[in-house]
Design a protein around this ligand. Structure first.
Ligand SMILES: Cc1cc2nc3c(=O)[nH]c(=O)nc-3n(C[C@H](O)[C@H](O)[C@H](O)COP(=O)(O)OP(=O)(O)OC[C@H]3O[C@@H](n4cnc5c(N)ncnc54)[C@H](O)[C@@H]3O)c2cc1C
Length: 388
């Protein structure tokens, strides 16, 4: 495919707008949200008003339309993660995990009901696949759904689910076994579970290493009753829904990796020019400046992978390998960038009054969520024809 990575005027404007918004409305508060574990509901509502919470949705479902798609979303997530990964993941999970499967597999009625409030930032969505006993092995789930009184009864437990228990949470798209389980294979279907469904019981938020202002919970489904029209896509299509959702989700996480790395770089450059040692700014020393120059080069390379995957997805091409590649490189880069930033900042980088510990703690999950680095290598290896 002929791929031009020239951004449109709208995409450049989006980037500029979110950079200003991030500096003015997120960065000054992100440290406090992180310390207190405050979910920034008002900021998410503001992002809804700015059109960010429905960027890739068509206009009839509340989106901004005009060709805004995965690439615009990637630009937005990079800018948000540059200042705060908790806000970025809340947006990414709502749009890419909550909204995207409904957009791609939902009925007209489901789209009308769930997407417009998401796009306006009045509510957020979630996607629940992981369980206490499985994450990478998506076929290994135990949650079941059986037909009862014309609807479905869901029973099971989901683990580490983002966006399911906040004041804005409206639904959790949930995978469950709907048929007989055969060795290594199960009939998996997907249900849109409203958070007020009887028997849906979000547990207390986890105490996490990072992403403190993002909501992550275990979810109990105790004879959770949903209507017959809660099924998303066809019966048995759960794995297809999940894998398609992951391709887009991984591009979003990769964009967050680029953004976090850029945040680390920008803060490190400012610090290196200002902090003096042995009578000179530390940027005078090649050990410091070359490290930052290399980081800059790797960020540009990672962004290229993210934009390529996003542009291909927007062009309707299969992107399983491209999305996995972008996420693998960008998430590992984010961990490296946080490490570099802490080293360049010296002792101050270890202090919570700087933003660096937050970036350091927020980086690692990017190599785990929506496919660990090992699973991404598995995906890439299989696309290469390797038998692993
Ligand atoms: C903060 C946070 C938010 C999350 N949000 C969500 C969410 O919104 N929705 C959701 O469904 N899930 C969510 N998750 C879950 C996340 O997607 C899983 O943790 C992740 O997919 C890994 O699964 P696991 O934890 O079960 O690890 P496991 O699958 O148990 O893996 C453990 C280790 O074994 C390795 N491994 C496993 N299989 C293989 C293999 N075949 N080859 C090589 N290595 C292998 C893995 O790479 C990893 O290093 C979230 C997790 C966290 C921490």
């Amino acid at each position: 495919m002929d791929l031009t990575l020239e951004l449109t005027d709208e995409q450049r404007a989006l980037r500029g707008m979110l950079r200003e918004f991030g500096d003015a409305e997120i960065a000054p508060y992100a440290g406090e949200w992180d310390r207190s574990g405050t979910f920034p509901a008002a900021t998410i509502r503001q992002l809804g008003q700015l059109g960010v919470m429905g960027l890739p949705f068509p206009e009839q479902y509340g989106g901004v339309g005009a060709g805004a798609g995965t690439l615009s979303m990637a630009i937005a997530l990079e800018e948000l993660a540059r200042v705060d990964s908790s806000v970025a993941v809340t947006v990414a999970a709502s749009v890419s995990l909550g909204g995207a499967p409904i957009l791609n597999f939902g009925t007209e009625e489901q789209k009308q009901r769930w997407l417009a409030p998401l796009a306006r930032g009045e509510s957020i969505g979630a996607f629940a696949s992981t369980e206490p006993g499985m994450g990478s092995d998506v076929q290994g789930l135990s949650t079941t759904a059986r037909q009862s009184d014309g609807g479905w009864l869901i029973n099971g437990t989901k683990a580490y689910i983002t966006n399911a228990g906040t004041e804005l949470s409206s639904f959790v798209t949930t995978t469950a076994i709907t048929g007989e389980r055969r060795p290594g294979r199960a009939e998996i279907s997907t249900f849109i579970v409203p958070v007020d469904a009887p028997g849906f019981v979000p547990q207390r938020p986890y105490a996490k290493m990072g992403w403190h202002a993002s909501d992550t919970r275990e979810l109990a489904y105790q004879d959770c009753r949903v209507a017959p029209d809660a099924m998303l896509g066809e019966r048995g299509a759960g794995a297809r829904v999940f894998l398609a959702t992951l391709d887009g989700g991984r591009i979003g996480v990769a964009a967050m990796g680029v953004g976090l790395a850029r945040g680390c770089l920008e803060q490190s450059v400012a610090w290196a020019n200002q902090r003096c040692a042995f009578g000179q700014p530390i940027s005078h020393y090649q050990a410091v400046s070359f490290e930052l120059a290399e980081l800059k080069a790797r960020i540009e390379a990672a962004r290229g992978l993210v934009f390529r995957a996003a542009a291909l997805k927007d062009a309707g091409k299969p992107v399983t390998e491209e999305a996995a590649t972008a996420k693998l490189i960008a998430s590992e880069l984010a961990v490296h960038a946080a490490n570099v930033a802490m080293q360049v900042h010296g002792g101050y980088g270890y202090m919570e009054e700087s933003a660096i510990p937050r970036f350091y703690r927020d980086a690692k999950i990017l190599t785990i969520g929506e496919g660990t680095s090992e699973i991404l290598k598995l995906v890439i290896a299989r696309q290469m024809g390797l038998s692993v």
